[in-house]
Write a protein that binds this ligand. Structure first.
Ligand SMILES: C[S@@+](CC[C@H](N)C(=O)[O-])C[C@H]1O[C@@H](n2cnc3c(N)ncnc32)[C@H](O)[C@@H]1O
Length: 212
């Protein structure tokens, strides 16, 4: 007997075969809502490295943009640390679920696509957070996604970027499609500079900070 592929990979392959890099996320969230699939990245609590960073960096009302907000745990963590958070996801069901989970939230949850973001977000955020979203799209979309990400950062701001590290993981058919060190460093473009780059979780992921 062969082991069935997890639902996210099955949905991803069908979506990609249609030339659509992101449609499978909405299908996965709605299947999960029906109890027919699991969303593998759902933790029910914030990313621990982001939580630790937020404790050391209170927002004091400054603007933060969270990419790929999923069910909202990371966005709420940043809001609790005093950041004025805009959090977006390409999957409408994820955005609706985040709003429903946190009805009193001060976070502005928005449906938007990193590959075609609102123009007013250009250079608009003091903090930009990208955690394991770009790696969930095929590599053909990476350069465009990284350029959009870099474009959000305001002068003097900070971007936090974390992706699975290709150098420390066995090659597997995606998703995810891990990042090389050079791909992480490529966020430093168009006036953005790399501040630090380390591996976390025993080398499994990169954690990089940038400024403009
Ligand atoms: C692998 S999950 C990671 C979620 C969260 N960042 C975390 O660390 O758990 C990727 C998330 O990004 C969203 N996403 C994927 N492509 C996107 C895009 N082009 N624009 C906005 N959100 C996207 C998906 O819907 C999904 O919620």
């Amino acid at each position: 007997m062969t082991t069935p592929d997890p639902a996210d990979r099955v949905l991803a392959r069908a979506s990609l075969a249609e030339g659509d890099p992101t449609g499978w996320f909405e299908r996965l969230y709605t299947a999960a809502a029906r109890g027919e699939a699991e969303v593998p990245w759902t933790r029910g609590k914030p990313n621990p490295e982001l939580a630790a960073w937020a404790r050391r960096h209170p927002g004091e009302g400054r603007r933060a943009l969270l990419v790929g907000s999923a069910l909202g745990d990371d966005a709420e963590q940043l809001a609790a640390a005093g950041w004025a958070v805009t959090a977006f996801d390409v999957a409408p069901t994820a955005v609706e679920s985040a709003r429903a989970r946190f009805p009193e939230s001060r976070v502005d949850y928005v449906v938007a696509d990193l590959l075609n973001p609102p123009g007013e977000w250009h250079h608009a955020f003091d903090l930009v957070v990208e955690i394991i979203n770009i790696q969930a799209m095929p590599r053909a979309f990476r350069a465009a996604a990284v350029a959009a990400l870099a474009g959000f950062l305001a002068p003097g701001g900070t971007a936090l970027v974390s992706e699975v590290a290709e150098e420390n993981n066995e090659p597997e058919p995606g998703p995810p499609w891990p990042f090389s060190r050079a791909e992480i460093e490529s966020v430093a473009q168009d006036g953005v500079r790399l501040v630090s780059l380390e591996t976390i979780r025993d080398g499994d992921r990169y954690w990089a900070t940038f400024t403009r």
